[in-house]
Design a protein around this ligand. Structure first.
Ligand code: ATP
Length: 328
């Protein structure tokens, strides 16, 4: 059986006395995408750069395609898209840049086809410094892909891209994952992480504070909402009392009702059963679940209030961390 794309075990990295990465462990299988999330300074880039072989760890074990990340023979097997894109080569034309990278690969993708895939055919003969920020991002992605990597590191790949380019990039990323490429993605776009990731790691102050699939993380959080419209003035206290589980029930504006509670099939059935009993036609009934963005914002806001992640003081940060964490 082939080794995982990335294995990180008890990784620690400090800059002087500051622990930027503080004892983290995770792995990425081939054909899977792991999104590494966190606020500014959480330790994402440091972690990724250690995995890319650009930085050394203080302690812990990192294996990339089964090898030490600094192993020279890994280079052609790993694609890296850096945050600052194509900086340093800006005098060359886009096609020349990509051809240069292709020349290092044993079996490169055809350069013009790849330029077309990332939407740069029309800009292929333009000097890189004349490309827009989003176009430079696309070129940077093409440079990471040209060698047909088995593992791909994407550091904020769609920053600066227009909505259409973002969607095209997401499709491309999905296709690569489907072809068995392992992918590590950092992003501040939580819709991007939710839509693409098999697995999400949330870092805060160098530690993992949540780890699981987007579905696990969003469902582990107990908040949810049922909304419906009906005639104004329903007996909301009666509905609250009818439900078997504690729920907040309110008429938000005349005729618009909200039931806030962990949404289960039983809760939904109870709401509609009560409506039937009261001869109420609930119109436009919707179930809202929390998005990854809601979970992330709540988690980081709680952690920013002071309690260290995973602390055993039973405070709100600890409680939220416990609810959202799904450690493998
Ligand atoms: N070369 C360095 N020397 C000293 N401190 C550093 C260095 N690189 C990063 N740091 C510090 O380490 C911590 C983690 O930084 P890192 O760049 O890994 O975070 P990040 O999660 O990638 O942040 P961002 O989202 O802003 O890119 C931060 O406090 C940062 O200031």
């Amino acid at each position: 059986m082939s080794s995982p794309a990335v294995e990180v075990f008890e990784l620690v990295k400090s800059y002087g006395s500051h622990r930027a990465v503080d004892d983290i462990s995770f792995s990425v299988e081939r054909g899977q995408l792991l999104a590494l999330l966190g606020t500014n300074g959480a330790g994402k880039t440091t972690t990724i750069e250690i995995c890319e072989g650009f930085r050394t760890a203080d302690s812990g074990v990192v294996r990339v395609l089964g090898q030490h990340p600094a192993t020279a023979s890994l280079r052609p097997r790993v694609g890296v898209m850096l945050q600052d894109g194509v900086g340093g080569y800006t005098g060359a034309k886009a096609r020349e840049m990509l051809a240069l990278f292709a020349a290092y690969a044993a079996d490169p993708l055809p350069v013009d086809e790849l330029l077309a895939v990332v939407g740069l055919s029309d800009a292929a003969d333009r000097p890189v410094k004349r490309l827009s920020g989003g176009q430079q991002q696309r070129l940077s992605l093409a440079m990471a892909l040209v060698g047909r990597p088995e593992l791909l590191f994407l550091d904020e790949p769609t920053t600066g891209m227009d909505p259409q380019a973002r969607r095209t990039t997401w499709e491309l990323i999905r296709r690569l994952r489907g072809d068995g490429v392992g992918i590590v993605l950092t992003t501040h776009y939580l819709d991007e992480a939710e839509g693409l990731a098999d697995d999400v790691v949330v870092l805060h102050a160098g530690q993992i504070v949540a780890h699981g699939s987007p579905a696990e993380l969003t469902h582990a959080d107990s908040a949810g909402k049922i909304r419906f419209s009906a005639r104004p003035g329903l007996d909301v206290a009666g509905l609250r009392a009818y439900l078997a589980t504690p729920a907040e029930v309110r008429e938000e504006t005349a005729g618009q009702y909200l039931v806030a509670a962990p949404v289960t099939p039983q809760l939904l059935a109870a709401v509609t059963a009560w409506c039937a009993r009261e001869n109420v036609l609930a119109e436009g009934l919707t179930v809202e679940r929390r998005r990854l963005e809601d979970v992330f914002l709540a988690l980081t806001a709680e952690l920013a209030t002071g309690a260290p992640p995973g602390s055993a003081d039973g405070g709100p940060a600890d409680e939220l961390s416990r609810r959202t964490r799904v450690i493998r």
